[in-house]
Design a protein around this ligand. Structure first.
Ligand SMILES: [Zn+2]
Length: 1008
């Protein structure tokens, strides 16, 4: 499109505000930056001929623009023109004499509304006077703009007739139609001529006739005029919200110097002030979604107007849009919501011109913390995928799903963000199109859940030891799981390493609290575990040495708080335990803090004790009694703000019959849809130069979602064709919150009976057995078994990088699974690794197996791109995705048609029994290759950048066969060996690299 309009003069086009009084030459330096490069793209200039032009408003179809321009030598005033944006044709709408302003195209496109003085008998004299005035170079009186003769007119474009809509004395202008075309909102100072003015009003009106302007609404034919605002000060520039229920406008202060943006309902009620900037903020205009508005403000300097956004609900601070030098104002969204038009002096000549740019609605929503509009675009992407994909298992079908989910503009699908909303909307739309029914909350496809969205320390934190105040972050720090609030001053008892380990296999009991009374006091304990013990001992102690575990013991013994100290012999990175902002742990009911060695030594000295000596004594693993630290008292106030976010799962149901089957347990098929965003929330393995990039998560786990959608499509088609004699319903679920800690699937399992009150319940629970089961799984006792309600759970997490083998985990959760999987694999022919591991898998299957539901989980293995921005769609094996989808579809089909649900019985094998449950304290930064198959040793798919293994020279592809003198045959040997490592102590690592055996030295570091 090439609209060529000429140069403008240096003033801004007169908007529905007295913009002419603004001195645009007084541009002050800009401070701060906007989001122009994020929100606007393809900025182009639509230049206009004529002396001045502006106020471009678009027709409902976006194909025409009405504007005002001074381009007639005989008439110095604005006239109204309509331009066809496709052809560039321009048609004059106003009659050519008198003044006109503020036009609007009727939604039908047949009529143009504008204000005009065309019936003023003095019109031609005024034109003449204006021409003379301009020639003389003098300034015209500002009041001239609010000519009492302005009336509103509608011109029929078909026959050229004008219809006068207002007849009141005074200024009637700034009209716009409601979206349905039935109403007109406008501004008028007619009251100044019809009613008795107060002295103050009179005074103001003398200075500025705009001070009496208020907002009115009337029917489109001019009937039924009602006044909506009635305050002193100029209320003007009203526009309807896209749904026609509200009007936005700007209200000037009495003195006319500042203005704020407001909205109200169309009867003048529910007035909301949307801005509180204290500058001149005006020209608000709704985005077609109705969710936010754009306006202009000079908060950055008197003549320096910038565009800003504000939410329609007025929540959150306005967000700055433009940051280019010069005036930016009079913004208008095009009806499609994807383009913005505004007036700017960002030209070489500094003349104001009309500009247009592409608008990024998704980015705007992110900046405004608004839910992403489930755009028709996302929905139609899903529908298009449904339409063009085949019920069979085509690699291209999976590719299409992955391509959508891994789009950078979904921002890495971080839980609780717009990208997550879009991804889940896509899945919901797709499943709906397959005939699935909503199985989320309130008849929707969505199930929302809370998750911890980070914690921060407030400024309430204080700690005092023996009368002296400690400095936060320097001398002391609370732990993220600490109780909040005050812990009164009380004594301190030293309890060594703070562990209680029961006796076993000939090893005597280890109890730091023997003969020690800690009730009502602080307990001070050393971090980690004794430093000089054997690897075997370390292994044993590892699972009792986490700060959280130590805190629970102190709590159970009646302590008021726990103080961690690293001690001089330990080699951890930081003496203070890092305050984990991403921590999701529930808090413990006592204060938990860490202090530096220096502070601890001070406390020991006052008690005539020696910290180093006490630690040394304990470091060989022998027990020494703890003791009260005489003369020491501590008090602390802990302030932690724990934020909560909201994420959402998608849950859809395919009924076995016509109605939900409330008797037979359901089959659930799931995959997590969330990923790491830009990696800021933790979990990212990005290299330094990749930080902050979008982690698109193609393998993790767009691949799993794609496979799941393929399976859903196949089963729906089979059912439709009458080939699926299903005995039970199928639930298909896309989980969110997985990367942050399996929150979505856990919440679903927790809410299961709430969501489906008619689901079969367990026969009367025996409290004791529930306890025992929960204990066996290391879960809490509130994890009600779901065995009677869920036949099996099938999971797909990272199935995009099939190399030699597909790993199927969970084989150990039901006795029949191994043979069932082999049987269904006959027609598919995948190479399989059947993994008995069922519990403690770092995936959504955990939520189910811990509730006694048999699980199967597909996985093609970790890799060097895992959790980095390099996990991109181009690296996936789509043939593999299709095959895996087919295998799981056949297994699922078997579960649906089988009359018996698989039996739940855990049998995870020998290795699993030894697999450590403790949090590993030592860190090497290796990424195991879970699909290496029958290799002896632990094959690595990669090493974390900058980790100890990388530094030692270990590489992806290496097979670790020995670590610290221990033989490594599998992942269990390996984790076991790591558990025995001492932080900071160099050990030998032996790897098989091709035909060579390479020995290297690696120094484990701490995780924190
Ligand atoms: Zn992941």
């Amino acid at each position: 499109m090439a609209l060529v309009w000429g140069q403008d003069d240096s003033t801004v086009p007169k908007d529905r505000v007295s913009a002419e009084t603004i001195d645009l030459t007084a541009n002050e330096p800009d401070e701060g930056v906007g989001n122009e490069s994020t929100l606007l793209s393809k900025t182009r200039q639509l230049t206009f001929e004529g002396r001045r032009a502006g106020e471009g408003y678009f027709s409902a179809d976006g194909l025409r623009m009405v504007f005002q321009s001074e381009r007639d030598a005989a008439n110095p005033f604005y006239q109204i023109y309509v331009t066809d944006l496709e052809t560039g044709d321009i048609e004059q709408v106003s009659p050519g004499h008198g003044k006109t302003t503020c036009a609007w195209i009727h939604p039908t496109g047949n009529r143009v509304l504008f204000a005009s003085t065309q019936d003023d008998p003095e019109a031609s004299n005024k034109q003449k006077a204006e021409i003379e005035l301009r020639e003389s170079g003098k300034q015209r009186r500002y009041a001239w703009d609010y000519d009492n003769q302005y009336e509103l007119y509608a011109k029929e474009l078909s026959d050229g007739t004008f219809r006068r809509l207002t007849h009141a004395e005074g200024y009637d202008a700034e009209g716009s139609y409601s979206p349905d075309g039935n109403l007109i909102a406008f501004a008028s100072n007619r009251n100044a001529f019809t009613r008795q003015l107060s002295e103050r009003e009179k005074e103001l009106f003398e200075i500025d006739p705009a001070s009496m302007i208020d907002i009115f609404v009337m029917n489109a034919d001019g009937s039924n005029v009602r006044q909506l605002t009635d305050v002193v000060g100029y209320d003007g520039g009203p526009f309807f919200s896209p749904d026609g229920t509200r009007i936005c406008w700007r209200r000037f202060a009495e003195n006319g110097a500042t203005a704020e943006v407001y909205s109200m309902d169309i009867n003048g009620g529910d007035v909301k002030r949307l801005t509180n900037i204290g500058a001149m903020s005006w020209a608000p205009y709704y985005h077609p979604s109705g969710d936010y508005l754009i306006f202009t403000t000079n908060k950055h300097g008197f003549g320096n107007f910038e565009l800003y956004l504000v939410r329609a609900d007025g929540k959150e601070e306005p967000v700055r849009v433009t940051d280019t030098d010069g005036f930016d104002g009079l913004p208008v969204f095009l009806p499609d919501g994807k383009r913005l038009s505004w007036t700017s002096t960002r030209t070489a000549s500094k003349q104001s011109q009309i500009f247009m740019a592409d608008w990024d609605d998704a980015a705007a929503r992110q900046l405004l913390n608004l839910d992403l509009n489930i755009t028709d675009e996302d929905k139609s992407a899903a529908l298009a995928a449904a339409e063009s994909s085949d019920p069979g298992f085509l690699p291209t079908d999976s590719m299409r799903h992955v391509d959508f989910l891994a789009r950078p503009d979904l921002g890495g699908r971080l839980t609780g963000t717009a990208g997550e909303k879009r991804a889940t909307a896509y899945v919901a739309a797709y499943l709906e199109s397959l005939g699935f029914e909503p199985a989320g909350e309130n008849g929707t496809f969505f199930h929302s859940f809370d998750f911890p969205a980070g914690s921060t320390l407030t400024n309430a934190n204080q700690m005092t030891v023996s009368g002296s105040k400690l400095e936060l972050n320097k001398d002391w720090q609370p732990l993220a799981f600490s109780k909040e609030g005050e812990t009164d001053q009380t004594g301190i008892v030293f309890a060594g390493y703070g562990m209680q380990i029961p006796a076993s296999d000939g090893t005597p009991e280890y109890d730091s609290y023997v003969h020690l009374a800690v009730g009502g006091q602080w307990v001070m304990v050393l971090r980690d575990m004794p430093q000089d013990i054997t690897a075997e001992q370390r292994q044993k102690m590892a699972r009792y040495s986490s700060p959280r575990r130590k805190a629970s013991i102190a709590r159970d013994l009646g302590a008021k708080g726990i103080i961690f100290v690293t001690g001089p012999t330990s080699k951890v990175k930081n003496q203070l335990i890092r305050f984990d902002q991403a921590a999701s742990q529930a808090s413990v009911s006592i204060s938990a803090v860490s202090i530096t060695n220096a502070v601890a030594e001070e406390i020991f000295r006052a008690a005539e004790q020696d910290l180093a000596k006490s630690q040394k004594q304990l470091d060989d693993g022998s027990l020494h009694l703890g003791f009260p630290l005489q003369n020491a008292k501590a008090s602390a106030t802990v302030g932690i703000e724990r934020k909560r976010g909201e994420g959402r799962n998608v849950v859809a149901r395919m009924n076995a019959g016509k109605q939900p089957n409330n008797v037979a347990p359901v089959l659930i098929l799931g995959a997590h849809i969330d990923h790491l965003g830009t990696g800021g929330g933790g979990g990212s393995l990005a290299k330094d130069d990749e930080r902050g990039q979008v982690h698109v998560g193609a393998d993790d786990n767009a691949s799993g979602v794609a496979a799941m959608l393929e399976i859903a499509q196949y089963l729906a088609a089979e059912k439709k064709a009458g080939r699926l004699k299903s005995k039970r319903d199928l639930l298909v679920a896309a989980w969110s919150g997985e990367e942050l800690g399996l929150f979505g699937s856990q919440a679903f399992a927790d809410d299961f009976y709430q969501l489906y009150p008619d689901a079969p319940r367990p026969p009367k629970t025996d409290e004791k057995s529930v306890d025992a089961v929960a204990h066996a799984h290391g879960t809490t006792t509130d994890a009600t078994p779901l065995t009677t309600a869920i036949a099996a759970y099938m999971n797909l997490d990272m199935v995009g990088r099939l190399r030699e083998k597909l790993v199927i985990q969970g084989i150990g959760s039901s006795p029949g699974f191994a043979s069932e999987v082999q049987r269904r694999n006959l027609p598919v022919g995948l190479e399989l690794t059947l993994d008995k591991t069922s519990t403690r898998l770092p995936t959504d299957a955990s939520a189910f197996v811990s509730r006694d539901v048999p699980i199967l989980s597909a996985f093609t293995g970790a890799h060097e791109d895992y959790h980095t921005p390099r996990d991109t769609p181009d690296k996936l094996n789509y043939e593999g995705v299709a095959d895996i989808a087919r295998l799981f579809a056949l297994i699922g089909r078997g579960f649906l048609t089988g009359s018996e649900a698989p039996e739940f019985k855990l049998e995870e094998g020998e290795a699993q029994k030894d697999a450590p449950r403790a949090r590993l304290t030592a860190y090497l930064g290796t990424i195991p290759d879970y699909v290496a198959g029958d290799v002896k040793g632990l094959k690595l798919s990669g090493v974390a950048a900058d980790g100890p293994a990388a530094k030692a020279g270990v590489r992806g592809g290496d097979i670790i066969v020995q670590l610290a003198g221990r033989k490594i045959e599998d992942i269990y040997d390996y984790t076991y060996a790591i558990e025995a490592l001492k932080i900071g102590e160099e050990v030998r690592i032996v790897v098989q690299r091709g035909a060579k055996t390479v020995t290297m030295k690696v120094t484990p570091s701490s995780r924190d």
